[in-house]
Design a protein around this ligand. Sequence first.
Ligand SMILES: O=c1[nH]c(=O)c2[nH]c(=O)[nH]c2[nH]1
Length: 299
Amino acid sequence: MPTILGQNQYGKAENRVVKITRDGATHHIKDLNVSVSLSGDMDDVHYSGSNTNVLPTDTTKNTVYAFAKEHGVDSAEQFGIHLARHFVTSQEPIHRARVRIEEYAWERIEAPGARGAHSFVRKGQETRLTQVTYDGSSWEVVSGLKDLVVLNSTDSEFWGYVKDKYTTLKEAYDRILATEVSARWRYHWSDDAQQAPDWDTSYDETRRHLLHAFAETYSLSLQQTLYQMGTRIIDNREEIDEVRFSLPNKHHFLVDLEPFGLKNDNEVYYAADRPYGLIEGTVLRDGCEARIPADLTNL
Ligand SMILES: O=c1[nH]c(=O)c2[nH]c(=O)[nH]c2[nH]1
């Protein structure tokens, strides 16, 4: 049965680019997910396997990162136009380039004790959670949130760790620290005879303390940041006795632009989605018992 080749296209999908622009202590962030799809004279590669006309998808990925440095990212549209024009005008066999971009929006965390403007929270609300348990005489209220994504574009280091024969990680003295916070906090209110907290105020203030502690901590590890966030909540919210966090370390790797003759001065990052470090821990008011389960998905 004879066959002919129909529509075809190829490229690299979902290149996660984070571009930090440093204006002194004020940083700006652009966070994109860029998918490139090219088409043109690609019959041969399908029919015979000849790659003569094939610009590797790996190259399209490199181009995305290099362009983030060379041209900056003013807007997703502008960035897409640069890329699409480049592929069509620089490669004779490529006749059409489609560049799709998703942009993730960030807001600044305005924290009074921050050393600069380099802390961000992803736009789009987190999910507020609660679990109420009553056995006829006492109450347990555990509230919290999930999907609260935060990022510091500086003031984060990681070094001095154990090195064994499998360790390849380079020590970092200025890295991006980003996580998607999942937190649960347990109220010490357990008795109808006691005045219950104002739940809405408690939620808003706990969230605020958590964000401010994230922004204001000069971090030597995500573990240290976790402890600071928990301590800030326990110190400021007397109605809360225990806080537990599950913090995926959302790694941002500096892209090596040297092969393209470009210097990457902590500007262009590859935002990896997996695998991720997972840092979890509880912070307790002294003298209180830990009751939030270790695995927050069980709550
Ligand atoms: O903040 C961090 N804590 C770790 O335990 C760890 N491990 C790692 O590879 N990177 C990091 N970062």
